[in-house]
Write a protein that binds this ligand. Structure first.
Ligand code: B12
Length: 378
């Protein structure tokens, strides 16, 4: 190898990358191997400032595959001693970083200002239900096309999206339907709960504690915390939390693995990108269904654009996102929903298999919205 590349989709992988760089230092391989890092969980500053300080060789960030290719050209030119060849400059820190302690102003203590007197809607049932055999035509309309065309397929402009993207999408959806490549299934349900400080306590039928999530609280500003969207333990009323876990099944992952093994990278990339966006579409479709069954869908917007802007009552929070960053808590969701009934299992790294699966807490509170509780970012 001339260069080592690593890709990190999860925040946890950024920690592993740092360990890998330290290991390369220790084995005195840093001078030999320049490293290129990419992936959703990384930022240019984290790589080119923080990790660059650690690594004794060259380390660069690639925003996308194309920047990766440009970096490879530059690295190989330097390695071959091409006259005038240099690496692109590093992004330098302009102002020295303030220590974390200083940056955090002490905020007001205690809970946020989220209303505590909103009505608690009654769910149609308590416990869980399994639903299988959901047709592709039911949730494919929920596909976020911008995320697919731009994010997954790398199509840059609306011209290419119309001439290349849409026909490819239609053909692939036809193929998926014809060959039965997706087998959408869901486990969902509602659970009684109360909150206490930063904790959300899920109750059993007798009102005893069944499991407990502890969520981070914003340290300044509104001091939002996911627990605040639920009745406090001492309010004398029981609240309800919705949970859902969706999968498009194992078949499509087997097909993308086959394409990859056959070196059909373009086909692999297109089908894989579509498969993960279909998992997201299914999650959004089911979330709308949960809100409807729960009787809080009255104000739902008509079009998909409004849905993707989350112009509705309540919110779907996936663990690992900034309001609830702890992936370890997925074990509690799995324990409550038992997704092995639809063929989904949680790995030791807290990833669901098949990959095209996603879980979420569904909150009914009218003020519930996405926010960053300020933890876990590199
Ligand atoms: C699509 C998506 C999904 C899909 C598919 C995920 C998948 N396995 O592909 C679905 C809906 C299934 C999903 C689920 C989940 N997701 Co998700 N997901 C995303 C999202 C929106 C896009 C990722 C993506 O596919 N991008 C498109 C690809 C092509 O881009 P890319 O990976 O960034 O790679 C490009 C560049 O970065 C670069 N690059 C990458 N690596 C490298 C390496 C080198 C060497 C080079 C040169 C370049 C390079 O080149 C690529 C092409 O341009 C990201 C957020 C985001 N905006 O990125 C969150 C994100 C990855 N997901 C996240 C989370 C938390 C989850 C879940 C855990 C949520 C949940 N509780 O269910 C689950 C986990 C799934 C599981 N099986 O357990 C978090 C992860 C953060 C964390 N806490 O670790 C993210 C970052 C969102 C966030 N902002 O918090 N997710």
């Amino acid at each position: 190898a001339d260069v080592i590349g690593m890709s990190g989709l999860l925040v946890k992988s950024t920690v592993i990358m740092k360990e890998n760089l330290e290991e390369l230092n220790q084995r005195e391989l840093a001078a030999k191997y320049p490293v290129i890092l990419g992936g959703a969980a990384l930022t240019r500053a984290y790589v080119e400032q923080d990790l660059h300080e650690i690594y004794q060789g060259e380390v660069r960030y690639a925003r996308d595959a194309f920047e990766g290719l440009r970096l490879m050209d530059a690295l190989m030119a330097v390695k071959r001693g091409v006259p005038g060849a240099v690496l692109p400059p590093l992004k330098r820190r302009r102002v020295p970083r303030r220590p974390v302690a200083e940056a955090r102003e002490p905020g007001p203590a205690g809970r946020s200002d989220v209303a505590a007197d909103n009505p608690v809607p009654e769910p149609p049932f308590l416990g869980t239900r399994v639903v299988e055999g959901i047709g592709l035509d039911e949730y494919a309309p929920w596909l976020d096309e911008t995320a697919l065309f731009k994010g997954q397929w790398g199509l840059k402009d609306s011209g290419t999206i119309e001439t290349e993207g849409r026909p490819r999408l239609r053909a692939l959806l036809d193929r998926i339907a014809r060959e039965d490549l997706v087998e959408a299934a869901v486990v969902y349900g509602w659970f009684p709960c109360v909150s206490k400080g930063d904790d959300l306590i899920v109750l059993d039928e007798d009102g005893g504690e069944r499991t407990r999530f502890t969520f981070p609280r914003q340290q300044r500003g509104r001091r939002l915390c996911l627990a605040d969207y639920h009745r406090a333990e001492d309010a004398g009323e029981i609240d309800v939390i919705g949970l859902q876990l969706v999968t498009v099944g194992p078949r499509i992952g087997e097909e993308t693995a086959r394409l990859f093994a056959a070196d059909s990278y373009r086909d692999y990339l297109e089908l894989h990108g579509l498969s993960v966006q279909l998992a997201e579409a299914l999650a959004e479709y089911w979330h709308a269904r949960v809100r409807r069954e729960w009787g809080i869908a009255g104000g739902d917007p008509d079009g998909l654009a409004g849905m993707l802007r989350t112009d509705y009552q309540g919110c779907r929070y996936s663990l690992g996102y900034p309001a609830c960053p702890d992936l370890e808590d997925r074990a509690k969701i799995v324990e409550l929903l038992r997704p092995e009934r639809i063929g989904v299992v949680l790995s030791e790294e807290f990833q669901l298999h098949p990959e095209q699966s996603t879980d979420a807490l569904v909150v009914h509170h009218p003020e519930a919205t996405y926010f960053n509780a300020g933890g876990h970012r590199p």
